[in-house]
Design a protein around this ligand. Structure first.
Ligand code: FAD
Ligand code: DLZ
Ligand code: SF4
Length: 512
């Protein structure tokens, strides 16, 4: 039996299930660069370079281990541009009579995979993706007898299962959650750690040329590319994080600063989501740093919560609710995405900083994604599908399984509360507290309405007014609505008029 083992661009792990039991003498490993994957959303140029370079490096590594590789390059003259087309061609080329593949990270590809057995007339074995700490079945079992799904309870279950940061059946230190300690604003004189940049090698430079030639109209700066593209580089990045940044990770997890793109964040999501790092080893590295006294408990717990908690939770939620998850629009938000999401040209400094960092790095940290670009889209009532497409395109770590729940659920509350118990809506006061963005801004974060008022302020109240019917009964919105009740009709009228005029003035990006 001749088996074709198809590895996708975000399955670059030596432990990937589709390689299990591989016969080095007979089996062929197929990897294919296809234009369809580069354009189904118009990915940031750095994301394209990252995926293609990491694929080429991974293929070389497999070859050096003795695997028989069939690697189709993007510019191959017969390249059909699609996974199905390349698989079909490879089956004929090799006379394969069986296909083995690991389940993908996006529903649209799973649907494709399910059609291949019939289309190609040979068995297609779709293996589980075993790189996660909870299987899809495990998540569904946990979720099955619960009315509402909350990350906190899932995370506690995962802590119990793994025994990480546990003292018997109790959380180490007596608390499950160190969020309260992990919300400090950044002292002005605090020196931020140097971040590692991985200089592009020959393969990456080749791919960068390809991206420049073929995808020049895509968003983002390419020249500054410095992401890890090999397993070795990814491990170096992880070691740098645990040694240098982890101790400060907890304290300043929610902080933002003008010109500071990375703070103490790990920057490992692109590596994790491609498969260059695995969640298990990342958690173990951080736990060892804690055991060796290099990282405080609050920082270690704060980080573990992200990987063992949020990352696994959003994946479980995605697969449990697809294919319909993205269809809801609980807040009936329907405005188009403003042009400044692509240009960074806006006098709102927090947004300009976040979009510009995104353009330069294909990265923004969580609080920028959630409380700046996400919060603005929520308050301004931007159509969820347009926001989701933006997030999927612009970040180096974006794949639908993780992007969609975070955007649709966490940032936009478009799922009506499946992912989060209340909308993450915040006024300029929050941004002013957690950053120094407002100091470089022409708007006043302390002014609710009128000339010079921070748009996040009047939009915040407008959001509460417009969504009163949907949100007032949410127990976690009680305080917000009690505050709204303190405004008289005149004040509400002024806010509404200013918000309407402001939203009307937001320009839309011309379609290209
Ligand atoms: P750190 O802050 O160092 O956190 C460590 C790790 O925890 C991350 O690498 C990531 O693997 C995991 N993590 C943290 N928060 C989350 C979360 N909410 N969901 C899943 N994993 C999490 N993350 C993606 O990987 N891909 C996306 O496409 C993506 N889109 C997002 C869209 C929105 C609107 C929001 C609010 C968040 C999104 N996130 C996404 C989650 C989070 O912002 C990124 O994982 C994080 O910023 C990556 O940077 P880092 O590696 O420096 O993370
Ligand atoms: C993101 C991406 C890009 C840009 N290009 C390719 C590619 O050429 N070949 C490939 O196998 N995978 C690519 N990917 C990753 C896929 O989009 C990803 O595997 C699916 O979205 C499933 O998660
Ligand atoms: Fe952003 Fe408002 Fe602060 Fe300006 S004043 S940076 S718009 S929060």
């Amino acid at each position: 039996m001749k088996t074709l083992r198809f590895i996708l661009g975000d399955q670059l792990s030596r432990s990937i299930s589709s390689l299990e039991g591989c016969d080095l003498d007979r089996d062929i490993i197929l990897m294919a660069e296809v234009s369809g994957e580069a354009t189904y959303v118009r990915h940031h140029k750095q994301k394209l370079a990252l995926v293609l370079s990491a694929m080429r490096h991974f293929a070389e590594e497999l070859e050096s281990e003795g695997f028989c590789l069939d690697y189709v390059r993007l510019d191959h003259e017969d390249n059909t541009g699609s996974f199905s087309g390349e698989l079909q061609r490879a089956v004929s080329r090799h006379g394969a009579d069986r296909i083995v593949i690991t389940e993908p990270g996006e529903w649209r590809i799973l649907e494709l995979m399910r059609s291949w057995e019939k289309d190609l007339g040979i068995p297609v074995e779709i293996m589980q993706d075993n790189r996660f700490l909870a299987s899809r079945t495990e998540f569904e079992e946990w979720a099955s007898d619960r009315k509402s799904l909350r990350m906190e309870y899932f995370y506690r279950e995962m802590r119990r299962k793994t025994g990480w940061l546990m003292d018997g059946d109790k959380p180490l230190g007596g608390r499950w959650n160190y969020d309260a300690e992990n919300r400090k604003s950044l002292p002005r004189d605090l020196v931020l750690p140097e971040r590692r940049r991985f200089e592009p090698d020959r393969i990456t430079l080749e791919v960068m040329d390809l991206v420049t030639d073929g995808f020049d109209g895509h968003f983002g700066e390419l020249e500054s590319f410095g992401w890890p593209v090999t397993r070795k580089e990814a491990l170096d990045a992880l070691a740098h994080f645990t040694e240098v940044c982890l101790p400060g990770f907890g304290d300043y997890q929610d902080a933002m600063r003008n010109g500071a793109d990375f703070l103490f964040h790990s920057l490992i999501s692109p590596c994790l989501n491609l498969g260059l790092l695995e969640a298990l080893e990342v958690c173990e590295a951080v736990l060892s740093a804690h055991d060796e006294g290099q990282a405080p408990l609050a920082a270690t717990e704060g980080f573990l919560r992200q990987v063992l908690g949020w990352r696994e939770f959003v994946r479980g939620l995605y697969w449990m609710h697809m294919p319909d998850y993205g269809d809801s629009n609980f807040l009936e938000a329907d405005r188009p995405l403003p042009e400044f999401y692509w240009t960074a040209e806006t006098p709102m400094n927090c947004l300009a900083q976040t979009v510009d960092a995104t353009r330069r790095n294909a990265y923004a940290h969580h609080i920028q994604r959630l409380m700046i670009t996400g919060n603005f889209a929520l308050l301004a009532g931007i159509n969820p599908a347009e926001v989701e497409e933006w997030y999927l395109a612009v970040y180096a770590d974006a794949y639908e399984w993780v992007e969609l729940p975070n955007t649709h659920g966490m940032a936009l509350f478009a799922d009506g509360g499946l992912m989060a118990s209340k909308p993450y809506a915040a006024s300029g006061a929050y941004i002013n507290r957690m950053s120094d963005y407002c100091k470089g801004c022409e708007f006043d974060p302390k002014k609710r309405s009128g000339e010079g008022a921070c748009p996040f302020n009047f939009l915040y109240w407008y959001f509460l007014i417009c969504n009163e019917g949907r949100l007032r009964s949410n127990p976690r919105m009680g305080l917000s609505y009690r505050n709204l009740d303190r405004l008289d009709d005149d004040q509400k009228g002024r806010i509404t008029r200013q918000a309407d005029a402001f939203l009307e003035s937001l320009a839309r990006r011309p379609k290209n």
